[in-house]
Design a protein around this ligand. Structure first.
Ligand SMILES: *[C@@H]1O[C@H](CO)[C@@H](O)[C@H](O)[C@H]1NC(C)=O
Ligand SMILES: *[C@@H]1O[C@H](CO)[C@@H](O)[C@H](O)[C@H]1NC(C)=O
Ligand SMILES: *[C@@H]1O[C@H](CO)[C@@H](O)[C@H](O)[C@H]1NC(C)=O
Ligand SMILES: *[C@@H]1O[C@H](CO)[C@@H](O)[C@H](O)[C@H]1NC(C)=O
Ligand SMILES: *[C@@H]1O[C@H](CO)[C@@H](O)[C@H](O)[C@H]1NC(C)=O
Ligand SMILES: *[C@@H]1O[C@H](CO)[C@@H](O)[C@H](O)[C@H]1NC(C)=O
Ligand SMILES: *[C@@H]1O[C@H](CO)[C@@H](O)[C@H](O)[C@H]1NC(C)=O
Ligand SMILES: *[C@@H]1O[C@H](CO)[C@@H](O)[C@H](O)[C@H]1NC(C)=O
Ligand SMILES: *[C@@H]1O[C@H](CO)[C@@H](O)[C@H](O)[C@H]1NC(C)=O
Length: 809
């Protein structure tokens, strides 16, 4: 027994020594006549990369020579960035990589890649710290050959993707066939020189995706680049290539064409010891090449996504009706090129239409360009071009336009040629549209918030003050307002002043004589509450004072009218920003993160920090109001419950809340607790990050946001969840942490969910270790028939204080 243990220890030590030995002889250079055997590796100077034989996916006998990250090993797996002999594996472990005396690399005496044409006299091969494997004369620093010129499926920092026109070298990326087979797969990412140079993903001879031309900072279809990933594009008579440089930054980054033809950027996340997918293309179906055919426009925000440009109609209405738009559109009226009666319609696209047949004119003005286009019968459109190397110029299309895309980030004005008669038809329509758009913008931006100090309210002819002591914890004062003051402020509760409809009545915008804006909630008359209860509850809510809770400023009782007055929130509710028509790029990552943190603090206050212990029970995006600085304020305490000191949960027979936000134990069993609020908060986090509603489609659980987030989390693609509107200026670490925290909050079992004080700490401290989440609680929802009541007042729910619930304790 003992001896076998000792033996085992000895063996372990021996193995350990062997490993040490193995690494200690590892060098970064390969000299002639010193072959690298199957069990040996080269390691770059700073131990970033290693080169040697490997078997992909742990599969058996096929051995390849490759380069992988030496230290970055998610779950112990090698991340291979280059394969030398992807078409011709060695079988068995007797392979060897050799540098011949003339500077040619061979595997088992076979040449597997184009090698230097001129024989070297004193060659060495060296694995560099950027992952480049080079051959050079021992006394020279010039590379005679480099692996960077023969990429596999991965682009590393410092690698060129594109052409050396002097030698005809074309560097492109080809996907692996499958995860355990590095032989060339179906997709190639290449720099194509036709028309204006751009990157394309090809599947055989079919174009799947195109980057659009370089605009000076990025390729049109790729969007803005992440801040620590600055690609640059070089186009001159000698070379046309894309390269990025992360040398000197701490992050390790790689760009890969995967087996499904997606171009993905991965970033190493040290905190979770994982590669995280950062950006990817194509991002949506609209980015699939020519999805809507000629003159068809794709807009991901509407359904169906394809439509025809104005002045055009579907070429094949039958196919379009069947949602196949690939046949595209045709003109309503043919162009009249001779009589100069044609004109141009301006459209604002996400990127330029396909430019492979377009013509570039440097140094000409838009006016000249317009004339040039009108004069040529085959010209269909023109646009301003900021093309690398050529300065400002103009692009002219002489073929039908394809691959047109709209998006909220649309930045490219394109002038499309139309027959004069079609143009006249459109111009009236579109000017109206533009007008209404600007009206919306003006109203959104011009509302100014003034938070009214309580003092002001107290001076409005108050009749009496409530001095109520809710639980023996001291006094609180609240202004009681006169009916006439409120009538005046809201123009007699004019319809035009209605801001929204809350659960318990309408909310009006009001303006006091001094100019202060207020939100006035008029409880519906059939509310059954008595005056004392109403006052009691007013006091209860008024005692809650926190910058992340909407502030109750005063109230009014007249006959059967009960009125509440709140601070006015000019930016309305979060759901309008996340999902509504106002959805736009207002919400960058920092704003979203601030909103998440603010809601967390507000909820923490409700649960633990206020003198009352309150469960909100109806936390959702429409109950989060935003002030002028986009600070979130939790509102609508209509379903809130006050907890006794000893109570941890309450069971109710009447479940009231909002589908999608209700924790399973509440929706199914009527049990609510602080942890059911935590669940709703988790849903909110994921909605804020994804810009998607957590809708419940009983017919299709796959559309369920929590399910989607959980799938992506497990696939290591959780950044796919990110709302594309967030843009690129965000901290991956922070996003990852937020998603992690969101998933922790929506775990099935209430006891697994963190309490709000932990959530606030986890959000605020990037170093706090996060537990791995368990599966979210959504299965039960889909597997049970439920007869809960959904709170339907989802549009602009404002503040409610009525606690009408009778709970069965
Ligand atoms: C390696 O072994 C295989 C069979 O095991 C043999 O066919 C092959 O010739 C060997 N190659 C070398 C380089 O020794
Ligand atoms: C170097 O030697 C190998 C094998 O001996 C040969 O195939 C190759 O053509 C040589 N290369 C040059 C540039 O002479
Ligand atoms: C390197 O050595 C070779 C001969 O071994 C010589 O011809 C060549 O000029 C040397 N190059 C440099 C840069 O010293
Ligand atoms: C990719 O590069 C290889 C080697 O230069 C070339 O043969 C191939 O045609 C290229 N493919 C594309 C789609 O450009
Ligand atoms: C290029 O496009 C990106 C994203 O569409 C945009 O942010 C950037 O401002 C553009 N650059 C120039 C020089 O137009
Ligand atoms: C890449 O970054 C390194 C280190 O910051 C710098 O020395 C080098 O010049 C950069 N290369 C390019 C092409 O920008
Ligand atoms: C050009 O104008 C003339 C006279 O107005 C008209 O007869 C002719 O059809 C027009 N040409 C085209 C191509 O529309
Ligand atoms: C464009 O015009 C400027 C000045 O007018 C000139 O310096 C530049 O060389 C021109 N560029 C090209 C590509 O013709
Ligand atoms: C119109 O443009 C096409 C494409 O550039 C060109 O081949 C043709 O010669 C032009 N026609 C005229 C009349 O300029």
């Amino acid at each position: 027994m003992i001896s076998s243990m000792v033996m085992a220890q000895l063996v372990t030590r021996l193995l350990f020594l062997l490993v040490i030995f193995h690494y200690s002889i590892a060098t970064d250079t390969l000299n002639p006549n010193q072959p690298l055997r199957d069990d040996q590796i080269l390691v770059s100077a700073k131990e970033t990369f290693a080169l040697g034989f490997f078997s992909p996916g742990g599969s058996s006998k096929n051995r390849y020579v490759g380069i992988w990250y030496n230290k970055l090993r998610p779950a112990g797996q090698k991340t291979v960035v280059w394969v030398a002999n992807r078409r011709s594996p060695v079988s068995g472990t007797n392979g060897s990589l050799e540098l011949n005396g003339n500077g040619t690399l061979t595997i088992n005496s076979m040449i597997f890649l184009p090698m230097p044409i001129v024989a070297l006299t004193n060659p060495v091969a060296q694995l560099l710290d950027d992952g480049n494997f080079v051959i050079r004369e021992a006394n020279s620093s010039e590379f005679a050959w480099q692996s960077f010129d023969y990429p596999t499926d991965t682009l590393l920092s410092g690698m060129k993707l594109g052409w050396d026109l002097r030698t005809g070298l074309n560097r492109n990326l080809t996907s692996w066939l499958s995860y355990d087979d590095p032989s060339p797969g179906h997709y190639v990412l290449s720099m194509d020189l036709e028309g204006i140079p751009q990157l394309n993903v090809w599947s055989g001879s079919t174009k799947m995706w195109r980057s659009g031309p370089w605009n000076g900072t990025t390729f049109g279809n790729v969007g803005e680049s992440p801040s620590d990933f600055r690609p640059h594009f070089v186009s001159n008579k000698d070379e046309v290539y894309l390269m990025y440089n992360t040398t000197g930054t701490k992050t390790q980054t790689r760009v890969v064409v995967d087996q499904s033809g997606m171009v993905r950027q991965f970033v190493w996340m040290e905190s979770v010891v994982m590669w995280k997918n950062f950006f990817y293309c194509p991002k949506s179906e609209c980015e699939m090449y020519s999805k809507c055919g000629r003159y068809g426009v794709c807009d991901i925000n509407i359904w169906p996504t394809c439509s025809c440009l104005q002045g055009f109609k579907p070429k094949s209405p039958q196919e379009w009706a069947l949602r196949d738009a690939s046949s595209g559109c045709e003109r309503l009226t043919a162009l009249d090129c001779k009589n100069m009666t044609d004109g141009f319609m301006t459209i604002t696209l996400a990127a330029l239409p396909e430019t492979s047949n377009a013509i570039l004119y440097a140094n000409i003005s838009l006016n000249e360009c317009s004339t040039k286009c009108l004069k040529n019968c085959s010209c269909t459109a023109y646009a301003i071009a900021k093309i690398s190397g050529a300065g400002l110029g103009c692009v002219v299309w002489v073929t039908e336009l394809i691959d047109l895309r709209l998006s909220s980030h649309a930045t490219q004005d394109v002038f499309v040629r139309l027959a004069g008669s079609d143009l006249a038809l459109i111009s009236t329509k579109s000017s109206k549209k533009r007008q209404s758009k600007s009206v919306v913008l003006i109203t959104v931006f011009s509302m100014v918030a003034l938070i009214i100090p309580l003092i002001y309210l107290c001076s409005w002819g108050k009749k009496r003050m409530i001095h109520k002591d809710v639980r023996g914890n001291g006094k609180f004062e609240l202004a009681q307002l006169q009916w006439s003051t409120l009538m005046e402020a809201t123009h007699n509760f004019a319809k035009t002043n209605i801001l929204g409809k809350g659960g318990f009545g309408l909310v009006y915008k009001g303006k006091l004589a001094e100019g202060h804006e207020i939100a006035v909630k008029r409880l519906s008359k059939n509310s059954t509450q008595g005056i004392d209860e109403f006052e009691n509850e007013v006091t209860f809510i008024a005692k809650l004072q926190h910058r992340n809770l909407v502030r109750l400023l005063g109230y009014c009782i007249k006959g059967d009218e009960k009125i509440l007055v709140y601070e006015y929130m000019p930016n309305r509710s979060l759901d309008a920003f996340l999902f509504g028509k106002e959805k736009s790029d207002h919400l960058d990552w920092q704003t979203r993160f601030n909103i998440i943190e603010g809601i967390a603090r507000g909820l923490l206050y409700l649960h633990h920090d206020s003198r009352l212990r309150i469960i909100h029970r109806d936390l959702k995006a429409s109950n989060i109001l935003l002030d002028i600085e986009m600070n979130p304020k939790i509102s609508d305490f209509g379903l809130a419950r006050n907890f006794g000191d000893r109570e941890t949960m309450i069971k109710t027979r009447k479940v009231v809340g909002t589908y999608g936000y209700m924790a399973p134990e509440y929706a199914l069993d009527g049990v609510f607790s602080m942890k059911s609020d935590v669940f709703s908060f988790g849903v909110l986090i994921l909605e804020i990050i994804s810009g998607q509603r957590n809708r419940i489609f009983l017919s299709n659980p796959h559309l369920y946001l929590l399910g989607k987030a959980w799938r992506l989390w497990n696939d290591g693609k959780v950044l796919d969840l990110l709302d594309p509107l967030i843009g690129n200026s965000f901290s991956i670490t922070q996003v990852m942490r937020c998603i992690n925290i969101g998933l922790l909050c929506v775990q099935e079992k209430p006891e697994d969910r963190p309490i709000m004080s932990s959530v606030v700490i986890m959000l605020g401290n990037n170093d706090a270790l996060l537990p791995e989440p368990k599966e979210p609680g959504f299965k039960a929802i889909f597997s049970t028939k439920h007869d809960t009541v959904s709170n339907q007042n989802d549009l602009h729910t404002f503040n409610d204080i009525t606690l009408t619930e009778q709970t069965g304790r």
